[in-house]
Design a binder for this molecule. Structure first.
Ligand SMILES: Nc1ncnc2c1ncn2[C@@H]1O[C@H](COP(=O)(O)OP(=O)(O)OP(=O)(O)O)[C@@H](O)[C@H]1O
Length: 698
């Protein structure tokens, strides 16, 4: 393929933009900054300044692309990945990642030179990289014996905060006798003048760490296995410390991208807290399990919802030799941790549960009640989990929730020595996602969804947006400002019905498994009843839910209607078609999660595509605008879309197969119009689902 260097043309008017003579051999292009930032660095340094425009273009079709990708995710953040040219940018946070992976300015610039078409590396890149990596290795955070300790180059800390003044005076103090593990090595002392500090109040941890990181200091939360012995809780005698009895089964082989993620977490002998991004269905659970197996200590797994806790337990048993009795579930409904443990164990819980433990312990402290009353085993266990335990490892599944204001506290208040955050959707619409860097740790690995599809680890999706005009029976509503922007009107637009019913019938004829998503409950109920399919939403009882899920899995029914309870909560790996008619505004997280529902690779599937992702939107409405934002989030990941206008009067581009579009579908579509003309209750009542396991959402 010839190299379309036109994309560079816009920037080629400066000497820095000149290309190497044999530039075709290289696949990166560094866009010189629009203005000279050099003087700004020093002036702005204390305010965490960074230029916004250090863009890197990458030729995705280049033979060196895969190799370059592994380097790029260590130093830059992906912006978007259209078909041919991907865009990345270098930021303060991406430099944090680079430093956490032991890359320094010299190594980064050398690799950029090795891969880029530019004759010289633009000055703005060199200055920024050198400036933002010069504090590498100058700060570490440890949890030792339930205390947080900072080991930091004294001058840097003093530049950021004055520890002899409030509020820092009551938060942090110089440590005269630091624990043995903190002492600096000879090599370290050649570079840094480390001092040791103890953070007095756990709940103030982020006040300091956030400041440090925003100053371009790569604060590394390093894990120390310091347990040679432990207290026997029953006799208070020191006994040799036993590790968690867990080994991977022989069948458990991490895939190549899981190995890369593990390599980055264990970059030195000592693992580091990190955020890891893997697409839905790529095996985040197994990755977390392998980290647990390597650490072999007390482990806490935090899930977003109750049902996920059972799935994690099953997966631990499936992939490792850990005894089921070493795995405890602790949620609102299930509490099978009833006594303090003398051997290491795995606790699986939820964000919500830990958050309520903090509240309950606070209340207990205030009341100063006697914790030893045997009837209060729950508060006793709450105290044990939060105050007494020192957790070697904390795995935060769906870690985007860790940045939610109500859940952040968990990562200060509990004693976690090492934190690994897993997510497929590092998005929050409240822009708090960058908080993950100080709440959990830097993003140390992000898998490339296109590569996983290409390598057949994930299904290849065919994505289509169908745009239907509003049906004329809704004209009066559309003229009325009171109804015009109602999500239920735009989701339930009767013009969608025929197409939806047709798509279901078409895929059922191929023996596909179909999920139909709609967040507006009246529309969900009405459409599913009209077509004769079961619907699962918040109010549906557990038993009924389980029956439908079971029938779907067994193949006795092939189509399920779901509200947002199906975004993550339900384990339906066999689904391969997703049709959305209603959704939650512009939520990128929801869009990626819904695509994720069908991305599991299924055995024996033929054809170019093996997953189908359709969205039917009402044209010229707010819904269509919101969808544009959602669609863009998938396109930025490298997923392609086809857009098809459904306009029956002006010659439809979409052709219905007459063998599928039978009288039943046509009759039902006509009935809907009659219903709407009589009473349009389902179009004008807005009732979004109250999710069963409501999370602190973005
Ligand atoms: N290394 C591996 N070897 C074999 N199978 C694997 C491996 N990694 C993942 N899988 C399979 O991929 C499927 C998806 O894994 P998992 O449920 O961990 O993904 P996930 O990323 O947590 O998905 P979701 O985001 O949907 O929760 C599982 O059925 C698992 O069996």
């Amino acid at each position: 393929m010839s190299v379309p260097v036109q994309y560079i043309a816009d920037y080629s008017n400066t000497p820095e933009a000149r290309l190497k003579k044999n530039h075709q051999k290289y696949c990166l292009y560094l866009k010189p900054a629009d203005r000279d930032y050099s003087s700004s660095f020093e002036i702005q340094e204390n305010r965490g300044f960074f230029p916004e425009t250090l863009y890197i273009f990458v030729e995705a079709f280049h033979e060196k692309y895969k190799e370059v990708y592994e380097f790029l995710i260590k130093i830059a953040e992906p912006v978007n990945k259209p078909n041919f040219i991907h865009v990345y940018k270098i930021t303060l946070f991406s430099m944090y990642t680079a430093m956490s992976l032991n890359l320094n300015a010299e190594k980064i610039i050398e690799s950029l030179m090795q891969y880029s078409k530019n004759e010289v590396i633009p000055k703005s890149f060199i200055e920024f990289i050198e400036n933002k990596t010069k504090k590498a290795g100058s700060a570490y955070l440890y949890m030792i014996k339930k205390n947080y300790y900072l080991k930091i180059h004294q001058e840097f800390l003093e530049k950021i905060i004055r520890i002899d003044e409030e509020p820092y005076k009551s938060i942090i103090e110089m440590e005269q006798n630091p624990p043995q593990q903190l002492l600096q090595t000879q090599e370290e002392s050649r570079v840094w003048n480390f001092k040791f500090y103890r953070i007095k109040q756990k709940h103030n941890l982020f006040q300091i760490t956030e400041k440090i990181i925003k100053e371009g200091i790569s604060l590394i939360n390093e894990y120390h296995d310091d347990k040679e012995s432990q207290n026997d809780l029953s006799s208070n005698v020191q006994i040799p410390y036993k590790k968690l009895d867990i080994e991977l089964r022989q069948i458990t082989q991490p895939r190549i991208y899981q190995q890369k993620a593990l390599k980055n977490i264990f970059v030195c002998e000592k693992p580091r807290s990190a955020t890891i991004v893997l697409p839905c269905g790529a095996g985040k659970t197994l990755l977390g399990i392998i980290v647990t197996e390597k650490i072999k200590g007390n482990t806490i797994v935090i899930c977003d919802i109750d049902t996920a806790t059972k799935q994690w337990k099953n997966e631990f048993i499936r992939w490792t030799t850990v005894k089921p009795d070493r795995i405890k579930i602790y949620t609102g409904k299930t509490k099978n941790l009833q006594e303090k443990q003398t051997k290491p164990f795995i606790l699986i819980t939820t964000f919500k549960q830990l958050s309520s433990i903090i509240k309950s312990n606070k209340l207990q402290k205030e009341k100063r009640q006697d914790m030893d009353t045997s009837s209060k085993y729950e508060t006793k266990m709450d105290h044990y989990i939060q105050e007494e335990m020192e957790w070697d490892l904390c795995i935060a599944d769906e870690t985007q929730y860790s940045a939610a204001s109500t859940y952040k506290k968990i990562f200060e208040e509990f004693n976690f020595k090492l934190k690994i955050g897993l997510t497929a959707t590092p998005y929050r619409e409240d822009n708090k996602i960058d908080d993950l860097f100080h709440v959990i740790g830097p993003k140390l690995y992000e898998a490339n969804i296109s590569e996983l599809i290409q390598d057949s680890y994930l299904a290849k999706p065919y994505c289509v947006v169908f745009r239907c005009k509003m049906h004329e029976c809704c004209e009066d509503f559309m003229k009325d400002r009171k109804f015009k922007n109602k999500p239920s009107l735009q989701s339930g637009n009767p013009e969608k019905f025929k197409l939806l019913y047709y798509l279901i019938k078409f895929h059922e004829s191929r023996k596909d498994k179909i999920l139909v998503f709609c967040d507006q409950i009246p529309v969900l109920k009405y459409y599913s009843q009209k077509m004769g399919y079961p619907a699962i939403y918040g109010e549906v009882g557990l038993l009924e839910k389980l029956v439908w899920l079971d029938l779907f899995r067994k193949g006795e029914i092939n189509t399920l209607f779901l509200s947002r309870v199906g975004d993550t909560a339900l384990d339906l790996p066999i689904a391969n078609v997703c049709i959305q008619i209603g959704f939650q505004f512009g939520s990128r997280r929801q869009e990626v999660q819904r695509l994720g529902r069908i991305m599991r690779r299924k055995e024996g599937q033929k054809g170019e595509y093996n997953a189908f992702f359709y969205t039917i939107v009402s044209k010229n409405t707010e819904q269509a605008q919101f969808y544009y934002r959602r669609q863009k989030s998938l396109m930025d990941l490298g997923i392609n879309f086809e857009v098809i206008d459904i306009d029956e009067q002006n010659g439809n581009k979409f052709k219905y197969d007459p063998d599928i579009l039978d009288q039943k579908i046509i009759r039902a579509s006509d009935e809907i119009i009659k219903d709407v003309k009589k009473d349009a209750w389902f179009l004008i009542q807005d009732q979004p689902d109250k999710k069963v396991d409501e999370q602190d959402d973005d």
